[in-house]
Design a protein around this ligand. Structure first.
Ligand code: F0G
Length: 457
């Protein structure tokens, strides 16, 4: 059979509240055109994020009942730890309530004024944690990774020449090297095993610890299996272990590739740093055997980690994105190619070329998608990355709109509805207007800033 079906049946459903276009126009105006400010029951299809929004399996819900809520030494922690170590062979596994808490603890040690931290592309919370420590965050993704039309199979790769130069030039100012797999901010594009090894070798040569932001490790491993020479016959868990064996530690948001609604961890090998990290954890998150999570959450994650590496799941997961991308391309909508792991990215700068980057074409597209179809997406462009620590504003490398696909949550008819919204939009896109920001906070402005329509000229 050629049709790749959802490899699950639905046992429990959540109703979607339908709204009209007139209602949505009023709702988004009231939200100051920031989609984060909408009430989620005013959204028909929520593609704001794939984080914590997935459907848990029957086996995960069963595991929830087995959660042990002891403050210290809960068997739930040991089941969680063993499930993590079965895939990521690190010595110390420190649970946190989500990924950014692991980052905050990491950069409490590795951040600080005068320091500089390279990655392929730092995710916004990673950048926020680095910058709020006083350090600088730099993105060294390969050139192909900035070109939405490039069909390079591993557009998330780090530019190894740039990294070598960076490490030579900045030497002591660099406390560690990071790598995000898959590269979320760059389109959910994967990093090859060869590139992971290359980054590890450079870090080692310069005596710097190497940390992987592993949020979407299973999707990344699927792409390695499909696209990298010599990897086709390896199992997904084996590829995953191969990736993490190269690193000295990792940060993780278990809200992605662990099928959790909440959770994360910091993992590492160094005993001294583990002690510092656990002390920070006790102060900020909780005792090291629960770290801000309930025992039941830890059990749900332990089970989720066994499900995320299933090849039938991963095949369906990536196929969903390919299906939407094929249909949008046929409509002439410029999409980031090839399909990424967790989302479909629209090149809003190219599609709405009449709106300049400083008038936020991505925001204009995201607002229009909501008004037309009740679809909530997320701008990943100049709104998110345009403001710099020195206060200046520049266009981001790309102005993308991300349609993040929650795991095991929507069906193919939802995908068809998304495509239909773009069909509607294609006829009217040239009438869309840009935005200005009427209020913004100091850091990570996209979450809370307010927008106003540009005055007609
Ligand atoms: N790193 C990456 C690559 C991420 O995508 C995220 C979250 C984090 C770290 C932080 O993890 O949310 O558990 O604190 N990404 C979500 C998103 C929010 O929508 O892409 P967290």
């Amino acid at each position: 059979m050629k049709t790749i079906i959802e490899p699950f049946r639905i046992k429990s459903v959540e109703p979607i509240r339908m709204t009209t276009r007139v209602e949505r126009e009023a709702l988004i105006r009231k939200a100051h055109y920031n989609l984060f400010a909408l009430y989620s029951d005013d959204v028909i299809i929520d593609l704001l994020t794939d984080s914590g929004t997935g459907a848990m399996s029957a086996a995960q819900w069963a595991a929830v009942m087995g959660g042990d809520e002891s403050y210290a030494g809960s068997p739930s922690y040991y089941r969680f730890r063993d499930a993590v170590q079965a895939l990521m062979p690190f010595k110390h596994i420190i649970p946190t309530h989500q990924g950014r808490a692991a980052e905050a603890i990491l950069f409490e040690t590795f951040g600080g004024a005068g320091r500089m931290i390279p990655s392929n592309t730092h995710f916004d919370t990673t950048r926020g944690n680095i910058e709020s420590s006083g350090a600088l965050a730099h993105d060294l993704v390969i050139e192909e990774g900035k070109n939405p039309q490039s069909e390079h199979p591993f557009k998330g790769n780090m530019d190894l020449e740039k990294l070598a130069d960076y490490l030579e030039t900045h030497g002591d100012a660099v406390p560690c090297v990071m790598l995000t797999i898959t590269n979320n901010a760059g389109g959910g594009q994967p990093v090859s095993l060869e590139n992971i090894k290359g980054v590890a070798a450079l870090a080692k040569q310069h005596n710097k610890p190497f940390f992987i932001d592993g949020c979407r490790f299973a999707e990344n491993a699927w792409f390695i299996k499909q696209r990298e020479a010599g990897q086709a016959n390896r199992s997904i868990p084996d590829i995953v272990r191969g990736c993490f064996a190269e690193a000295d530690g990792m940060t993780m948001s278990a809200k992605k590739d662990a099928f959790g609604n909440i959770g994360g961890w910091l993992a590492l090998n160094d005993d001294g740093f583990a002690e510092t990290a656990r002390n920070a954890l006790i102060r900020t998150e909780g005792f090291p055997t629960y770290g801000g999570l309930a025992g039941r959450d830890l059990d749900a994650l332990a089970q989720g980690l066994t499900e995320i590496v299933d090849e039938d799941y991963l095949r369906y997961r990536i196929r969903t994105n390919e299906y939407i991308i094929e249909r949008l391309s046929a409509l002439g909508v410029p999409v980031v190619k090839p399909a990424g792991g967790h989302a479909v990215f629209i090149d809003a700068r190219a599609w709405l070329s009449h709106i300049s980057p400083t008038e936020y074409p991505g925001q204009a597209l995201a607002v229009a998608l909501y008004e037309i179809a009740g679809i909530r997406s997320c701008e990943i462009g100049t709104v998110m990355f345009g403001r710099h620590p020195d206060g200046s504003e520049h266009p981001a490398a790309m102005d993308l709109v991300r349609l993040a696909i929650p795991r095991r949550t929507y069906t193919q008819s939802h995908a068809d509805y998304i495509v239909e919204a773009f069909e509607e939009l294609a006829d009217r896109k040239d009438d869309l207007k840009g935005f200005q920001i009427s209020w913004e906070p100091k850091l990570m402005r996209h979450f809370t800033c307010k927008f106003a329509h540009l005055a007609p000229n």
